[in-house]
Design a protein around this ligand. Structure first.
Ligand SMILES: *Cc1c(COP(=O)(O)O)cnc(C)c1O
Length: 354
C-alpha cells in the first residue's frame, strides 16, 4: 500500500479471481468458462464492429437492448447492460444498499458480494446455508435489507425453485431482491417471468457462462423501470461507455443465434450428468448441480490434495481452503474430452495412493 492510498480502502480485501496461469497450457476447469467458442455470428458481428472503433460506443446500447428486449419479452426501459454482471452487481450495491439497508446474502455464495459490500462500505448480513448447502427461503423473509441470491448458487450449483423465490419476494415488499442468474440456463428456473408481478425484483444475467463470451465482458439486469433508472444514474455517474462496441455487437449475435446457444447448453448439461455419475461411481459426494460446474468431495482424499494432483497433471479446478468448503472442489464442465482427461487423472492418482 502506498502512503497515498485512501484510508477508506485501507482495509479492503479484493476479490480473488480463479487462476489464469500462463506457465503452461492447462485444461481449465476452474472459472466456469464455456469450453466452446462464441457463436460464429457473435464473432462476425464483433469483427464488423471493430471497423468503427474510432467512435465511442453507444451509451444507451440501443441495438443490443432492442435485441434483448425481444429475446426476454420485456420493454427496453426494463434492461441495463454492463461490463460483465460484476459491474451491474456493484451498481446494485451502490444503488440499493446503505447504512440502513444492509446487503443480505448467504454465507456461502459468489465471493464478490462481500467485496462489493466492503468497497461501498455498506453493512453485510451473511445468512448460513443449511448443513446440506441449500438456501432456506424462510431465512430471507423480512430481510430488512437488500437481498442478493445467486440462483443457482455458487459454488454449490444448487438451485431454488421459482416458487421458493416467489415466497421471498412476497415476504419483502419493501426490499429489493436481486436474483443473480449467472448459471440459470444450465437447468435453473428463471425468475424473469415474475417481473410483471414484482416491482422489487431485479434479475441479473451474464453472457459469460451460457453465451460463451466471458472475455467480452457483458452482463445485464432486468427489472422494474424505476430500478433500472436508478442503476442508470449510477452508470452515468461512473462510466457511460461501459460496454464497448465489439462486445455489444457480439452480444447481438449471441442472442440471435438461439440454435447454437441451446446446443451448447444442452451439451454441457449432458456432460455434467455423465461426469456426476462417473464421480459418484468413484466414491465422490456430488451436490445436485443446475449449473455448468460440479461441487464434489471425496471421503478419503482432501480437497487440496486432489486439486494439487490435478494441477501437476495440467488440469485446473477451483479449490477453496475455508473450513466449510475445503473438502470440496468446484469443477467446471468442459468438453467431453476434457472431462475424460479429468476422470482418468483422478483414477490414476487415487489408484497410486489408495
Ligand atoms: C460468473 C459470475 C458472475 C459474473 O459474471 P461476469 O463475467 O462479470 O458477467 C456473477 N455472478 C455469479 C454467481 C457468477 O458465477
Amino acid at each position: 500500500m502506498s502512503r497515498f492510498f485512501s484510508s477508506r480502502y485501507a482495509a479492503l480485501v479484493p476479490y480473488v479471481p480463479g487462476e489464469q496461469p500462463q506457465d503452461r497450457r492447462y485444461i481449465k476447469l476452474n472459472t466456469n468458462e464455456s469450453p466452446y467458442p462464441p457463436s460464429p455470428r457473435a464473432i462476425a458481428y464483433a469483427s464488423e464492429a471493430a471497423k468503427g472503433l474510432q467512435l465511442y460506443s453507444d451509451p444507451e446500447c440501443r441495438k443490443l437492448t432492442d435485441a434483448a428486449a425481444r429475446c426476454f419479452g420485456v420493454d427496453r426501459e426494463e434492461i441495463i447492460f454492463g461490463n460483465g454482471s460484476d459491474e451491474i452487481l456493484n451498481f446494485a450495491f451502490m444503488a440499493f444498499c446503505d447504512e440502513t439497508h444492509p446487503a443480505v446474502f448467504p454465507d456461502i455464495t459468489y465471493g464478490f458480494y462481500s467485496v462489493f459490500g466492503a468497497l461501498n462500505r455498506v453493512p453485510c448480513r451473511e445468512i448460513p446455508l443449511m448443513p446440506d448447502f441449500t438456501v432456506r427461503p424462510e431465512d430471507y423473509y423480512d430481510a430488512k435489507g437488500t437481498v442478493f441470491i445467486a440462483n443457482p448458487n455458487a459454488p454449490t450449483g444448487i438451485a431454488l425453485t421459482r416458487q421458493q423465490i416467489r415466497t421471498i419476494l412476497d415476504a419483502n415488499p419493501d426490499n429489493v431482491v436481486v436474483i443473480d442468474e449467472a448459471y440459470v440456463d444450465f437447468g435453473g428456473e428463471s425468475c424473469g417471468e415474475l417481473l410483471p408481478e414484482y416491482s422489487n425484483l431485479l434479475v441479473v444475467g451474464t453472457f459469460s457462462k451460457s453465451r460463451n463470451l466471458a472475455g467480452g465482458r457483458l452482463g445485464f439486469a432486468i427489472g422494474n423501470r424505476e430500478l433500472i433508472r436508478d442503476l442508470n444514474t449510477i452508470k452515468y455517474s461512473t462510466n457511460p461507455y461501459n460496454v464497448n462496441s465489439m462486445t455489444m455487437a457480439a452480444g447481438i449475435g449471441a442472442l440471435e443465434d438461439t440454435e447454437y446457444f441451446e446446443k451448447c447448453c444442452k451439451e454441457i448439461i449432458l456432460t455434467r450428468e455423465k461426469t456426476a455419475q462417473a464421480l459418484k461411481a468413484m466414491g465422490f459426494t456430488v451436490l445436485d448441480s443446475s449449473a455448468n460446474f460440479l461441487f464434489a468431495a471425496h471421503p478419503d482424499y482432501s480437497g487440496l490434495w486432489l486439486y494439487q494432483q490435478l494441477k501437476q497433471r495440467g488440469i485446473l479446478i477451483r479449490h477453496f481452503e475455508t473450513p466449510r468448503l475445503k473438502d470440496y472442489n468446484r469443477i467446471t464442465i468442459g468438453s467431453p474430452e476434457q472431462m475424460d482427461a479429468l476422470l482418468t487423472a483422478l483414477r490414476e492418482r487415487m489408484e497410486e495412493k489408495p
